[in-house]
Design a protein. Structure first.
Length: 217
């Protein structure tokens, strides 16, 4: 569903008239519903590592360069694993202090990268990563990430996660704000949203059964 369709779905459930635009609307209540849709989207996206939000970002290193930016990856991302595809090895995450010691207190070697450490964001808001050892050539590094989306700012932007819990949470937030929905309390609406979200997570989690089962080492 698009942002506009989501807003209209919420408005109908609140017995309000549909609109032709959510972003360009001059109506303050429509803008408020748009904010609640974005709030609900964030709640749903943050609740699980959705398959629709999983993506692989590739970096090709350069000799003697150890710091890179993952274009398009922001602060709401999560790392699943990192692979040095050229050397066919998984890379290990290192702490900032470990990297500082390796680079500043020692003479860092130049070889195939086997460690990585996140190091803030560049001027465009892209996640930055340092790798170790310093590459001695070109290596293809694959970052498997959960990349959660930015708030909606256009009517035609499509929702990536299941729409039902987003709509239900937005309705619950809107109902709590104005105090009534004509029969269903905000508490009941939040309970419906929680159940809808749990069902959606269960369906998506079935694709990744090994990630939800704890096994003793």
């Amino acid at each position: 569903m698009t942002y506009l369709q989501l807003v209209n779905s919420v408005l109908r459930r609140l017995r309000e008239n549909e609109v032709t635009t959510a972003v360009g609307s001059a109506d303050s209540y429509t803008k408020l519903i748009g904010d609640f849709v974005n709030d609900a989207k964030r709640i749903v996206e943050d609740s699980w590592d959705w398959s629709s939000l999983r993506n692989t970002f590739t970096i090709d290193t350069q000799a003697n360069v150890f710091s890179y930016a993952l274009t398009g990856v922001g602060s709401a991302s999560k790392t699943l694993d990192v692979l040095n595809d050229t050397s066919n090895v998984f890379m290990r995450q290192a702490s900032s202090s470990w990297m500082n010691n390796a680079f500043l207190n020692q003479d860092p070697p130049k070889s195939t990268p086997s460690y990585y450490s996140w190091n803030g964001f560049d001027g465009s808001g892209n996640l930055q990563v340092d790798i170790f050892p310093i590459p001695d050539g070109v290596y293809s590094l694959r970052f498997n990430m959960v990349d959660r989306t930015a708030p909606f700012t256009a009517d035609a932007t499509v929702l990536d996660v299941p729409s039902a819990p987003v709509i239900q949470y937005a309705v619950a937030l809107a109902s709590r704000e104005r105090g009534e929905t004509g029969g269903t309390s905000a508490q009941e609406l939040f309970a419906i949203a929680d159940t809808t979200l749990a069902d959606a997570i269960a369906m998506d989690a079935a694709r990744f059964s090994s990630e939800t089962v704890w096994t003793a080492c």
